[in-house]
Design a protein around this ligand. Structure first.
Ligand code: PMV
Length: 325
């Protein structure tokens, strides 16, 4: 199945005439049970389900307007259209006709390693929706965002979100759904280890891990065990359970890629120093857990009651309240 066929079928009968452009927003998200591996690379169908929490006011604003030629503006600065990231976005927008001028600005303070593509693709879907007046439901938005970047399918919703694996070859049942639990004292802490570009993108790293890491065979079983435990932890607002499952799941994901040949290791020295600090604090009784994605940055999971202790242990931490206003 090709991405363009999915777009056609989801947009069948909807307007092809652009109206007025609007700036729209989508939050970034952090996976608590990770997506690692595609069963269909063309339309980003995952090997397993995954579960995330959206970052409320940390994300991407986007405006899409019809234009003579594709251009990409980030924080008011025109970008080189020849970079890999620009070409990828141009190709994605091409699925919807165009050409377009895309302007984005981000409220994620610590740069590229932080789920910025997820919020960007979700915001672009919403910007197209606003431009054409499609009024797409969340499921359609999620499927369209998934075509840009798998994890983007979770960025069309706030709070806790599950990406259902689905079983259909056309991916129409592989999309995000909300988890109806508010947890106002739950906090994320963002620790910026490096803003340098990643040595290898998630798409290639997933493929390489699947193809060369014997350990990857165990990954679907890890997720099959972790997903129900994570749902239960969220339902019970049990930080210990949530933290243990999220941290263990992230370590297992990194273990699969470290075991690839050659190894893919996104960790820098400071990532490991930060992880060790988290483990030492926990040994001293502080309820703080860590997760990491396809990059060196570390994200902390904790409760607001421990915010002062977290800030004193990690002075540079950016604290996010996923259920804040
Ligand atoms: O959506 P992608 O291709 O950027 O992949 C994201 C993969 C992880 O961030 C490592 C895990 C996840 O579920 O977000």
């Amino acid at each position: 199945m090709q991405a363009v066929e999915i777009v056609y079928s989801l947009l069948a009968g909807r307007s092809r005439k652009p109206g007025t452009a609007h700036e729209v927003y989508a939050p970034a998200n952090i996976a608590l049970v990770k997506y690692w591996g595609k069963r269909d690379e063309a339309i980003n169908l995952p090997v397993t389900g995954s579960l995330s929490v959206s970052m409320a006011d940390r994300g991407t604003y986007a405006t899409v307007e019809p234009a003579e030629a594709f251009s990409l503006w980030i924080d008011g600065v025109e970008q080189d259209v020849a970079t890999k990231a620009s070409k990828r976005m141009a190709a994605y927008l091409g699925l919807f006709g165009g050409p377009f001028r895309l302007s984005t600005r981000t409220t994620i303070p610590i740069g590229a390693g932080l789920a910025s593509s997820a919020s960007a693709f979700a915001a672009v879907v919403r910007a197209l929706d606003a431009l054409y007046g499609w009024d797409l439901d969340v499921v359609s938005q999620s499927i369209l965002a998934r075509l840009g970047s798998g994890s983007a399918c979770r960025s069309v919703l706030n709070g806790f979100v599950e990406w259902r694996l689905g079983e259909r070859a056309d991916g129409m049942d592989s999309h995000a759904l909300p988890i109806d639990v508010r947890w106002p004292s739950f906090r994320l802490g963002l620790i910026a280890v490096s803003e340098a570009a990643k040595p290898i993108g998630s798409r290639e790293a997933m493929r390489h891990t699947r193809e060369t890491a014997g350990l990857y065979a165990a990954w679907p079983d890890v997720v099959a065990r972790d997903l129900p435990e994570m749902r239960a932890a969220i339902a019970a607002r049990d930080l210990t359970q949530l933290g243990e499952v999220a941290e263990g799941n992230a370590m297992a994901m990194h273990a699969t890629m470290i075991a690839a040949r050659p190894s893919v290791c996104y960790w820098l020295e400071e990532s490991l120093t930060t992880l060790r600090r988290v483990w030492a604090l926990r040994a001293d009784g502080l309820a703080v857990y860590a997760t990491m994605d396809a990059g060196p940055n570390v994200k902390l999971l904790f409760d607001v009651r421990d915010e002062a202790a977290i800030r004193s242990a990690f002075p540079a931490v950016q604290v996010v309240n996923p259920f804040g206003a």
